[in-house]
Design a protein around this ligand. Structure first.
Ligand SMILES: [Zn+2]
Length: 266
């Protein structure tokens, strides 16, 4: 056995640590690059946009331990990390134009989307997005507008006027898969009509509450929307325009690469 002096041993440990950190960051970058542009899975609908879509919920300095809350500094850091990787932020309108008019998307397109319409989206995320000049889209529950801890009509109007895009997240935020056709029709049509009336904008996209949708739900959504999102990534099911996958973003995702390591199987 070779006996090393303390100095040499410390040097060896340092070198080993440097090598470990370097290989770790190379692996992380490779992984990130592989998954940053989520390609359409299967060929069911060739029109499925080849985008990386993200699903955020809250952005508040309160409750840093809430898994659905990405605190403001962390959210700003996400925007910067994506930019450092050469990503371009897109919104619902960019997807609409891609789907309907074949308008090309930018390289490495990333959709930042928020579900549920929390007040902190307006208070914290909105100013950060403006400062960072990043596009984003917000899925709101029509009967929750103006409720406690939710955005008001005036908040949403201000965001829409600043160029941010709004989509439907149904009327009542209930799981859709067990509903009758009549109930589904109400959740889809009424939320679209109410949002259009309240905000004076066209609503053409929906995110299913809780991320669930079956064939019947998707068929009903097609009557009122041009495309729809689930809130997870399901590798074994082909994506269509009515189940576009999104990666959930959680409080433990300090580095954006980690977002792509948590595929949810449903
Ligand atoms: Zn939701």
């Amino acid at each position: 056995m070779v006996v090393l002096s303390t100095k040499k041993r410390n040097l060896l440990v340092c070198l080993l640590l440097v090598a470990l950190v370097a290989s770790g960051s190379i692996l992380a970058t490779d992984y990130f690059d592989d998954r940053i542009c989520l390609p359409p899975i299967g060929n069911e609908t060739p029109k499925v946009p080849p985008i990386t879509a993200l699903c955020y919920h809250e952005v508040t300095p309160a409750r840093p331990k809430d898994i659905y809350n990405v605190p403001p500094d962390q959210f700003r850091s996400h925007i910067r990390q994506f930019r450092e990787q050469g990503c371009h932020f897109i919104d619902l309108q960019d997807i609409e134009e891609y789907v309907k008019y074949h308008k090309p998307l930018p390289e490495k397109p990333v959709l930042i989307a928020f579900d549920d319409g929390y007040k902190d989206n307006y208070t914290y995320a909105f100013p950060i997005l403006k400062e960072e000049r990043a596009k984003a889209s917000f899925f709101v529950v029509s009967h929750s507008i103006g409720a406690k801890n939710r955005m008001t009509v005036s908040d949403l109007k201000e965001m829409a006027a600043a160029g941010f895009k709004i989509g439907s997240h149904t009327v009542n935020h209930e799981t859709l898969t067990g509903m009758s056709d009549k109930q589904l029709d109400y959740e889809f049509k009424t939320s679209r009509d109410e949002l259009q009336k309240l905000l004076g904008i066209r609503i053409y996209c929906i995110a299913y509450p809780c991320g669930f949708a079956n064939d019947r739900v998707m068929k009903e959504a097609k009557k009122y929307y041009d495309f729809a999102f689930i809130s997870s990534v399901v590798p074994n099911r082909p994506q269509t325009l009515f189940n576009i996958n999104r990666y959930g973003v959680f409080n433990w995702n300090t580095r954006v690469a980690s977002i792509f390591r948590q595929t949810v199987f449903k």
